[in-house]
Design a protein. Sequence first.
Length: 304
Amino acid sequence: MKAKTAIAVPLILIGGVYLGLKAYVYFSAKSDVDNIVKQASLFADVRYGGISSDLMEGSISVNDVVILPRTLQDEIQIHELKMQGDGPGFLFTDTSKWAQQTPEFLKLSMKGLRVGLDGELYRSLGQMQMQQAKARKAKPAATCEFGSSFSAEDLRALGYDELFANASFTVAHDKLDSKTKMEINLEMEDMAEVDMNMSMKGGGAPMMMAMAPQPSEIRFIYSVDPEFMKGSKKYCASVLKMDEQAYVNHLASAKESDYQKYYGFIPGQGIRDAVKKFMNEGGEVDIRMRPSSDVNPMVLNQFR
C-alpha cells in the first residue's frame, strides 16, 4: 500500500502542475486574444471557436476564426492561427521584449484561410491592385497579358468558387553567430506555392532589421500546381485567341519595359528561356541571390 502511495503522490503532483500550467497558458492567451478582438471591433466582428496549447512544443493556437469586416458584406474563415516558440519556456516569455530583441525562434502560421470569390473582399483586392498600378503610373495589364492577375470571373471560369490558403512566417536568431534566418511561405491550395528564405547578418534588433537588413543570401522558390498551369494556359490562349504554345512564346518574349514595369528588372535570355520551360514543363523556379556586401538595401527601390 505504501509503495502505491509513493508512486501515486508524485504522479498527482506532476499532473497538478501540468494542469496548472495549461490553465495559466489558456487564460493568459484568452485575455490577450480577447483584447485583440476588442481592438479589432472597430473594423470587424471577430469570433473564434477555442484556444489550445502544446506545452512541450511551446505553441498556442486559436481555432475556427471568423472575421466579418464592418465595411464589407463578406466573411473570412481561418481554421487555425498558431504561434510556436523554441520549447515550453516560450509560453511564459514576455513578448513585449520582442520590440527590442529578436526571439531565438518564432513561427507564426495560418492554416485553412477561406475566401469566397463572390464576396466583396476579393473584388476590393483587385481594386487595390489597380490603384497601386495607377500610383506607379502603370496601366493595369489586360487579362492574361504579361503582368496581369486573375479576376474572380477568371478563376470561376477555371472552376474555382473559393480560395484556400496557408501561410507561415518563421524567424530564427543565433546570438552566438549574430545571424538571423527568416522564412515566408504562402500556399494557395490547388494553385501555387511561394517560399522565400533570407539569411542576414545581425538581426538582433527588429527595428534595424526591418529598416536596413543586410542579407547574405536570399532564396526564392515558386511552384505551380500542374493542373492549374494546364488550365490557365488553355484559358488564356482562348482569351487571346491563339494556341497554347503561341501564348507561352508571347509571355516569354515580353518587352523589357514590361518586365521593368511589373517586376522591377530586365531579364537576360536565360530567364526568358526558363519562363518558357517552366510554362511548358512545370516544376519549380528556384532563384538564389548573394548580394554584394556593399549593397545598401535602403536605396534599392530607387532603381525600379
